[in-house]
Design a protein around this ligand. Structure first.
Ligand code: M6R
Length: 611
């Protein structure tokens, strides 16, 4: 959840670290800090608050070192405060550490260190790490580079939990050691310099060639060399990966926020995700997929496992797969799935969806499915992310970096990819050729349909102005529209802090309708012609009780509602890709009206790397 960044080279580290932290701030933003080495001494400046506040501290300009580490925090252990901010130092001030993750056995380690006279300043789990490194360093018989390396390796062997850490040592002022376990970390290699970061976009303007660390791989970094070791301190080889994303794609590009930019990027994201995977006159082609008819016929159940918005995409994916492939699909929240002993057999196929590829619960769920013998497919947006290294098959959405905490273009791209996978399976199984043809036709038209919706958003903006002070908003929909209601409701609550709930329209009268009173807003999605009359009746039931109505529809309506947003018609199975756009915009404009930070909503972080 936290963001970590590092630099080692010939330039002054401070501006590079601040720049990286600003780009990583979406991962956590309650406090920040940086440490650099100068004249064999570690200088450490940290503060509660945003990176911009850290950068305003006057002493920060006195940091002239060319080796440094930085951190932006999402508090887990200990409230946001200067003392709890990273970097954390050991008692002798010779080691500085930044950490993303959770050290589960930190209490035991603290007791152990206290018994050796170590003192603690913070409430964090992290502070045990620099002190353990100091302890292991002091008690080591090694010399030189090995002494530093072994002290870090021995420390990591004592840690339980998840971590990506960067370590500076005043004894080794030209080096840095970094390691990861179940938390992301990448190293960008430039000419006589290296950049370290929790993710690629934060340092994309500095480096194009990256090393992607695997769990328990240790990198011993100097400005012109990176050596990799396993946990037995044996040197290992690692390939360098050239990343072709352009740096501009991680910038705001003239938009006031990343979220608005990313909403507007959806046509492009979907075009890129479709790529050459489907065409009207040939079979669907997915790189690296080698499924055959016999195997697919043996599948008795497909599980789709994910969290948050990705799980909502999975609910739409379920409709598509069941409809085209006629295989039952269960959609599970990853944090539940991993602890419920799911009934998975070799005849189960498990699909895991995660934009970041770093969500701890989704990765753990995938590992569980593998132990039960199921084949696993990861759908991710981030090349080389952790989940892609665990799954049997990985298929990427090509949405480009998604920076805003509220997921938009990743969601619509995930649905499109699930539709492509469904078509691929159905074609092999020889099922529903007519439906496939219609779906393909409509998938190809999605980008231009989204462009049409985005052309004029005035009505949505005006409605946002009317309701931004409200306390509760309800979202309803039937059939394919219900998962979109859930997604619209999640978008609204996470960036506007308005309480909101989603219900299947027909369920309202079984309880929730008791909450409808004068002026409560009900957002309703209506894209299913067959269920139109029933859905209208449900809306009338809330109108009668005084509700304001905001309708998103592709149908002709003969009734008066407070606001009706028309969207283009498409194949019902993929209609969520279009109907969600007005809901994303409604949440966005409400948040703006309230003057909130749309990209960095309170209490949240982009990648949830702790369970
Ligand atoms: O990176 P992931 O797709 O695994 O993230 C899953 C959820 O944390 C994420 O979708 C979250 O719900 C978003 N903030 C919603 O906008």
């Amino acid at each position: 959840m936290c963001g970590i960044v590092g630099y080692i080279g010939e330039k002054k580290a401070k501006p590079i670290l601040i720049n990286g932290l600003l780009r990583l701030e979406y991962r956590g933003y309650d406090s920040a800090g940086i440490a650099t080495i100068e004249n064999n001494e570690i200088k450490n400046i940290k503060n509660k608050g945003r990176v911009s506040e850290l950068n305003n501290i006057s002493e920060i300009n006195s940091l002239n070192g060319t080796v440094g580490i930085g951190h932006t925090r999402w508090a887990t252990h200990g409230k946001p405060s200067s003392l709890n901010s990273h970097p954390h130092m050991d008692n002798s001030n010779n080691f500085a550490v930044v950490h993303n993750g959770i050290i589960e056995n930190y209490s035991d380690l603290k007791e152990f260190l206290k018994s050796h006279k170590y003192k603690f300043l913070s409430e964090t789990d992290t502070e045990v790490i620099p002190n353990l490194i100091h302890f292991n360093y002091k008690n080591s018989n090694e010399t030189g580079e090995n002494k530093f390396l072994k002290a870090v390796i021995d420390t990591c062997k004592m840690l339980k939990g998840s971590y990506a850490i960067e370590v500076l040592s005043a004894y080794h002022p030209d080096n840095m050691i970094v390691v990861r376990k179940d938390s992301p970390l990448v190293i960008g290699k430039g000419e006589n310099e290296c950049y370290i970061s929790s993710d690629i976009p934060a340092i994309l303007s500095f480096a194009k060639d990256f090393y992607l660390l695997n769990d328990m791989e240790f990198a011993y970094i100097s400005k012109n060399n990176v050596k990799f070791y396993n946990d037995k301190a044996i040197e290992i080889n690692k390939e360098i990966k050239n990343i072709t994303w352009d740096a501009g794609s991680a910038e705001k590009d003239g938009y006031p926020d990343f979220m608005l930019k990313e909403i507007n990027e959806q046509p492009k994201a979907i075009r890129e995700t479709i790529g050459s995977r489907i065409s009207l006159d040939s079979k669907t082609n997915i790189d690296d997929f080698n499924f055959n008819k016999k195997y697919l016929q043996s599948i008795t159940k497909i599980f789709i496992v994910a969290c948050g918005t990705a799980m909502h995409a999975g609910l739409t994916g379920k409709n598509i797969i069941e409809n085209l492939c006629e295989i039952p699909v269960e959609v599970e929240v990853a944090s539940e799935f991993r602890y419920k002993n799911p009934i998975i057999t070799q005849n189960s196929l498990c699909i895991f969806i995660t934009q970041s590829g770093e969500t701890a619960d989704t990765i753990a769920a995938l590992k569980l499915a593998k132990t039960k013998g199921a084949k696993t497919i990861a759908i991710s947006n981030v090349i080389g992310s952790s989940i892609t290294r665990e799954a049997d098959y990985t298929i990427y959405t090509h949405a480009g970096p998604e920076i805003a905490v509220a997921s938009t273009k990743a969601y619509t791209s995930q649905i499109v990819l699930l539709a492509i996978i469904s078509i691929y399976f159905a074609e092999i199984l020889g099922k529903n050729p007519k439906k496939i043809e219609d779906l393909k036709n409509n998938i190809l038209k999605l980008p231009s349909h989204i462009e049409t919706i985005l052309k004029d958003t005035t009505k949505i903006k005006d409605f946002a102005k009317k309701i931004f002070k409200e306390k509760d908003v309800f979202f309803i929909g039937r059939n394919v529209d219900y998962p979109v209601a859930m997604e619209g409701s999640l978008k609204l609550k996470e960036i506007s802090y308005i309480h909101s709930e989603a219900y299947p329209s027909g369920e309202l009268k079984h309880g929730p309708i008791a909450l409808i009173e004068n002026n409560v807003t009900v957002v309703s999605i209506l894209t299913n012609r067959l269920l139109l009359e029933k859905s209208i009746s449900n809306i009338q039931e809330v109108v009668t009780r005084g509700a304001k109505t905001f309708i998103v529809t592709n149908q002709e309506l003969n009734h008066e509602f407070d606001e009706v947003i028309k969207i283009p018609k498409t194949n019902a199975l993929i209609s969520p890709v279009l109907s969600v756009i007005p809901l994303q915009l409604l949440a966005y404009y409400i948040s703006k009206e309230k003057g909130l930070d749309v990209d960095k909503p309170r209490n949240l972080a982009k990648s949830v790397t702790v369970e």
